[in-house]
Design a protein around this ligand. Sequence first.
Ligand code: NDP
Length: 234
Amino acid sequence: MGRSVLVTGGNRGIGLAIARAFQAAGDEVAVTHRGSGAPDGLRGVQCDVTDAEQVSAAFDEVEAAQGRVEVLVSNAGITDDGLLLRMGEEQFGRVLDANLAGSYRVAKRAASSMLRLKRGRMVFVSSVVGLSGGAGQANYAASKAGLVGLARSIARELGSRSITANVVAPGFVTTDMTDALSEERKKEIFAQVPLARFAEPEEVASTVAWLASDAAAYVTGAVIPVDGGLGMGH
Ligand code: NDP
């Protein structure tokens, strides 16, 4: 039997590609959703990561079905862009709560299972803008930068128990999130990306799968860009 894997926001987009990659490798995979249900063949569990009680209940349900979570991928995330002078407290806090505090909530719950298992892998899906910043994205960039500090603290706290914590920082990836961009904006972005295209979700998934594999057993606290070269130098 494969490992017990949980991917937050694994019902669509990058998270779904990550879930499929683990499934293809023979792992037992559960994905969270907020009411959409899970795609065919995946175990779904309803969970809003802004609610600690829902996080706890979701882990209980997943672990009853497939055993203690050994691999956590904290992928769920939102954007709510706006220029700083117009960005309200609620708009800032909502994004931090989902992207950063949500990751804290799932990591904390996962850590107790991994400590019992005496092994585990946590992978946090950040973004190139967490390192470079992004105009109109103070909330999103701050939340994604925060994941680096979160992961590296976990790497230090839990490394001696064979638990690793790493960050993947994608650039632009073809999903619902980037479908919202205008054609003009997409062309501007392509001009800045050395590989001159968006990534496919599977190209992020393969890096996440590697970080959770035996091949990456000695990698922890790393921030791995999957950005076509967009963020080079960070
Ligand atoms: P999508 O918008 O396609 O999907 C977002 C996912 O997150 C959905 O599954 C959504 O669930 C889930 N989600 C959002 N808020 C919550 C919440 N409060 N609780 C639980 N689940 C939640 O995004 P992508 O697939 O594009 O992005 C996935 C991750 O990758 C995000 O963290 C994003 O910031 C990051 N990223 C994306 C990039 C891109 O270009 N697409 C680039 C860099 C990073 P539901 O279906 O219920 O809404």
